[in-house]
Design a protein around this ligand. Sequence first.
Ligand code: HEM
Length: 403
Amino acid sequence: MSTITVTGYKEAQQTLSLPDLTQALYDEGAALMSDVLVNLHGEDHKSRRALEMKVFRRDFFSYYEKEVLPPVVEETLRQFVAEGKGDVVEIGYRAMIGLTADFAGIDRLQRTSEETADLVRLLRVFGNAATVGQFKGTPQETEELKQLIVDGMREFDERFFGPSVARREALLAKFKNGEIGEDALPRDILTLLLRNELNLELPRERILRETAFYFLAGAHTSIHSLSHAMHEIFTLCERNPAERERLEKDVLFLQRCVHESFRLHPSSPVSKRKAVCPMSLPTGDAATTSDTIVIDLYQANRQTEVFGEDAKSFNPYRTKIPSRMPYGITFGVGVHTCLGKNLAAGDLPTPNTDPETHQLGTVTLLARAFLAHGARPDPSQKAEQDLSTERETWLSYPIVFAK
Ligand code: HEM
């Protein structure tokens, strides 16, 4: 039983594309992660992904970016801008929560700030389900963390999931009776799972976990990527103050900075897999079914042969970039490639791109709003990194708004 680590960029891509490797990163977070999409293999994965893909149409991403997100961002920022200060992480949570709840199919019945705060609290708890395998605490602390996830799932079920299911089941019954048309059905993951057009085996508990997973996957990664991006952008402006104006005016350059930050800071530094049968890996290593294969996204994205001599540095001006992968393999490769990539990262620009209509992605959109309101690091409070996990995460990133 050994660990085989893959750090080369090309080998990492090839390894993630192998069909006989199964997911191994999320075993510890089973209370939420057991049999959710990212943990499925083979036919089970293929059919579940096919069912859920219906939500991920291109027009849906641009609808979210152009119609849903801008007012949510402005509304979220208003209070902080008025106070003259805030925190990138906290604002990120509040802005993304509505978007992903909507997307997953979780109704916010009250739409009060207390309800938002409760959803943020649950999202923070669920975040542990994806990262508990990388937690550095004692065995007892790890058990406590797992219990927190179980309790959070129960609360989520009673307060949010149950009522959301009931509303959708009533709508689906009306739809089946011909009382309403398809366009009156919510376009979200929960509705697709309840409707289950592919007749997959989907008992209630499985739908609960899958919905919670989407609620988590949509928000958590984007929020942490946002804080890394803001840190890189602030550092760039500190080194070269003239770039601040360009970042505020040139959204394509801002998006380029965000993509460069994605490359340096993948939301999980590694992916993990197990072989379903003894096999030879692209690195030449022989893997048995008891070995753990670690694909080091963090190191792969910093390979000098692929990204140039300064691959470890934040350099949005770099010219050595693999085709269509400015963010490297941060969004994964192969059958588990991130379904939300386009939502988070937007489209890649071409020489003819019109910045007015270009899809920027939620992270660039939020970064643009921060800069437009004059966001700068708070000189009186230091940003704090989370040292309890192997993941690179900002716990807090205080800023001031000074226009
Ligand atoms: C910056 C933001 C994001 C990053 C860095 C990211 C990263 C990733 C990565 C690396 C994987 C593959 C995991 C593996 O191979 O083991 C993945 C899968 C996935 N992501 Fe994302 N993600 C982001 C945003 C999102 C968003 C916004 C959504 C949903 C709206 C989303 C939904 C998913 C889903 C459903 C999967 C599982 C796909 C499958 O197994 O078939 N992600 N993501």
